[in-house]
Design a protein around this ligand. Sequence first.
Ligand code: TXA
Ligand code: MG
Length: 341
Amino acid sequence: MGLDQAKQTDELIRAAKCLREGGLVAFPTETVYGLGADATSEKAVAAIFEAKGRPSDNPLIIHIGSLDQLPLWVADLPVAGQKLVSRFWPGPLTLVLPHRGNIAPNVTAGLPTVAVRMPSHPVALALIQLAEVPVAAPSANRSGRPSPTEASHVWNDLAGRIDLLLDGGAAGVGVESTVVDVTGKTPVLLRPGGVSVEELEQVAETIVIGSSEQYEQGVPRSPGMKYRHYAPRGEVWLLQGKEENVHVCMQKMARDAQGEGHRVGILTTEEHKDKFDADVIVACGRRSDPASVARELYRALRVFDEKQADLILAETFPEQGIFYSVMNRLRKAADGRVIQV
Ligand code: TXA
Ligand code: MG
């Protein structure tokens, strides 16, 4: 064993002990960094909500380190769930399942179901296995901020509020896990994420897209859907339409807004970044490589905060594959502000 590995193991053992003793440990996953606590301890879980400033009616995902832990916390795994588990675990898919009533009630915000996932990141898996407790973990950001995809993002948001931070480099996927409710007849997509709808459909013949009507009626299936999320501090506007129109319109809006004294940011891609003139221009991956756009998205949104852009104009993407999840996050960041050009 090399020195680095030994150090890592030492750190992991310390982190696992910290979790068992009720502490808060931020750790890398393949999607985004998580803020973990022992899911069987109401007190430890309460500390997550406190550190994040998160509303207590928004339930958390529990993370398990091996498949045999699932029946300890979950009362039933329906056939659709079994298929999804065997195809996508470990990985960026979260399933909503009926629980056994033995995890802390504040994990599920009093719901009869619990969201569970088995991450594929080696540090996350090792930590959960060593801790020997299910780990409740939301994204490790202050509530309302973009999710953290690098250890430094966690540090910027939560320094002084957590006990430990494990640095595993940049997260690979960059958007959170896909959340699917499999408690009913047909699986319901509650949050698009790292596993695309097209991939899900290869396994589950039909899948219902959790609709915004549920939200409008005030009873969102996934409580997290009703909160404004992933937002940088500046106001975000999405521009949709023919590529050429988008670019012309964006540049004109940027000029006008600068004329009115705004500090204007532009969210674009490597292919187009040289077309613009504004205060802050951020290339978010390559359009020709959708995974790179997902991977860079939250980092890009954070740059606008650092550089204090108060108006952000963003390019949009076709609603397919991982771009569908990217657009979901962008719409939330924009709080519904979309301009058709
Ligand atoms: O990729 C991820 O999922 C990351 C990493 C850290 O694992 N975690 C994450 O957690 O994104 P969080 O807390 O930011 O998002 C959890 C989502 C929320 O939208 C919440 O409303 C939903 O899962 N959720 C949790 N429990 C639920 C339940 N019992 N029924 C329906 N939705 C639930
Ligand atoms: Mg989150």
